[in-house]
Ligand binder design. Structure first.
Ligand code: KIV
Ligand code: ZN
Length: 541
């Protein structure tokens, strides 16, 4: 059993609870890319999904278990309700992982028991250990969560936790499911568990929390002071409703204020030993990757990873920072992997210099991907004199990590201005290889482009979000466009970067449409294979 209590275990649930954010749906390749980056970041546990919930989730967990859950890599975890079918699916999906964990949960608050589960306390008290024991038949490492612990009767909670540990749970996770508790209350809840669950020394105490009142990170830090040693969090704090506790905020709080936290781990305050295993220099890159793939923007004033987190606007602050950084900065931007944004490459830079710089920036991409990104870099260098690390990162994120190009944009042309009606022409190569051209008039140039694309691709959807951000300063800056569209209740995101924001807008839209089209295709394939199976059964009967 892992009772690694002398440091914090970081359990990342970006791919499970984070993906439950409205509109943050990720495809399998994107999940794999994020999982690889989480491994580079140094998280201890990746909660890769909820295998029973859909065939797609099952496959994603299985692939992540196979490729990221290798020897020396993180533990791969799958979520399961306390039912045999859920636990069995998680056990199967996790099989390839060198270190696998099943995370099983059942609610313990009276409100959930009465209205959601329609079960008595006695029933829940019987189910929890029975299902923990069942999960143990698949893996040694079992985590148990009493959902809505934050609003549960502590006395009942103690009984359920004691039973779950006795049945073999090695981690007991305390969720503030609805983000209701305050830091003092949450700390007291953890202290109460330590003091009142007789076998608590046989399990790690973990915490999980949502940010409905903006208190998730504060609650977790209070929990750490009271004995919690695993933190369940997501990159950029994405997740259900107001999100989950943000990994980058927790890690940097524990890092920057380690003198304050050290004594709670029995260390002298001045100890420099890190409190987590996270490679903080990977934080910024991970944040950008997750934001690009999910289409969920990071607000500029977001702690640690927001665009303004290290910017000093007021004259007084700038003056102070120039005299001594410590006047207004509590941490160095380089700690989270932000470079000084120096000019690194230009028009004459070769492929080797380009690849070397990508390696220095921590990108681990294949030769084929380097070739693709290099073409984009050369194209950009023709338009933009100075290419910064941020530009490079934007190129890699937008060029490499894309869904399959089922429809390909071959040409986009726009005419607009104050005396003309915005008109766009597009040429698109369809999945069958045919090139189709069409044109449309719109209320503005982007609207005209989207209308023209719709005439060719012809998949109905509602555009629900469109945003443009510049990557660097200056008139020749790269513009990054993120869009989200909805089709039959599901949201698909698209992302692209270009010095021409009309081109970026067209590419981002194609990107989202390709995601939507791929999802429609895989649904159709699933339905076909189901009907084939039905025909086989009928024929054989
Ligand atoms: O918020 C919650 O309670 C959860 C559980 C499944 C741990 O996500
Ligand atoms: Zn949750």
């Amino acid at each position: 059993m892992t009772t690694n209590q002398d440091r914090i275990i970081i359990f990342d649930t970006t791919l499970r609870d984070g993906e439950q954010s409205p509109g943050a749906a990720l495809n399998i390749d994107e999940k794999l890319t994020i999982a690889r980056q989480l491994s580079r970041l140094g998280v201890d546990v990746i909660e890769a999904g909820f295998p029973y919930s859909s065939p797609g989730d099952f496959e994603a967990v299985q692939k992540i278990a196979e490729t990221v859950g290798v020897e020396g890599g993180p533990t791969i975890c799958g979520l399961a309700r306390t039912t045999r079918a859920d636990i069995e699916a998680a056990g199967k999906a996790l099989k390839p992982a060198a270190k696998a964990r099943i995370h099983t949960f059942i609610a313990t608050s009276d409100i959930h028991l009465a209205y959601k589960l329609k079960k008595t306390r006695a029933e829940v008290l019987a189910i929890a250990p029975e299902m923990v024991a069942y999960a143990k038949t698949f893996v040694d490492d079992v985590e148990f969560s009493p959902e809505d612990a934050g609003r549960s009767d502590p006395e009942f909670l103690y009984q359920v936790l004691e039973a779950a540990i006795a049945a073999g749970a090695t981690t007991i996770n305390i969720p503030d499911t609805v983000g209701y508790t305050t830091p003092a209350e949450f700390g007291a809840l953890i202290r109460g568990i330590k003091e009142n669950v007789p076998n608590i020394d046989q399990a790690i105490i973990s915490v999980h929390g949502h940010n409905d009142l903006g208190l998730a990170v504060a609650n977790f830090l209070e929990a750490v002071k009271n004995g919690a040693r695993q933190l369940e969090c997501t990159i950029n704090g994405i997740g259900e409703r107001a999100g989950n506790a943000a990994l980058e905020e927790l890690v940097m709080a524990l890092h920057v204020r380690r003198q304050y936290f050290n004594p709670f781990f029995g260390r002298p305050p001045e100890s420099e030993a890190p409190l987590t295993n996270i490679d903080t220099r990977q934080i910024y890159k991970t944040s950008r990757l997750v934001s690009n793939f999910t289409g969920m923007f990071v607000q500029p004033n977001k702690a640690i990873v927001g665009a303004n987190a290290f910017a000093h606007e007021s004259g007084i602050h700038q003056d102070g920072v120039l005299k001594n950084k410590l006047t207004y900065e509590i941490m160095d931007a380089q700690l989270i992997g932000l470079t000084d944004n120096q000019i690194v490459l230009g028009k004459l830079s070769g492929r080797h210099a380009f690849q070397t710089r990508l390696k220095e920036l921590g990108f681990d991409i294949s030769d084929e991907e380097v070739n693709k990104a290099f073409l984009k870099f050369k194209d950009l260098a023709d338009k933009k004199k100075e290419i910064t690390d941020w530009d490079l990162e934007s190129i890699v994120n937008s060029e490499i990590q894309q869904p399959p190009e089922l429809f390909r944009l071959e040409l986009v042309q726009v005419s607009c201005g104050d005396r003309s009606r915005p008109t766009a022409t597009v040429s698109i190569r369809t999945p069958s290889g045919e090139e189709l051209t069409d044109a449309a008039i719109g209320t503005g140039p982007v609207d005209a482009v989207y209308r023209a694309i719709n005439r060719v691709v012809n998949v109905p959807n509602d555009l629900i979000e469109f945003s443009v951000q510049s990557v660097t300063a200056g008139i020749d800056a790269i513009g990054e466009v993120t869009i989200r569209l909805r089709h039959e209740g599901r949201v698909y995101s698209g992302h692209a970067a270009n010095t021409d924001i009309i081109v970026a807008s067209a590419e981002a839209y194609m990107n989202a449409l390709n995601r939507l089209y791929a999802a429609l295709q895989s649904n159709a394939e699933r339905l076909n294979s189901q009907s084939d199976r039905v025909s086989e059964v009928v024929a054989g009967s």
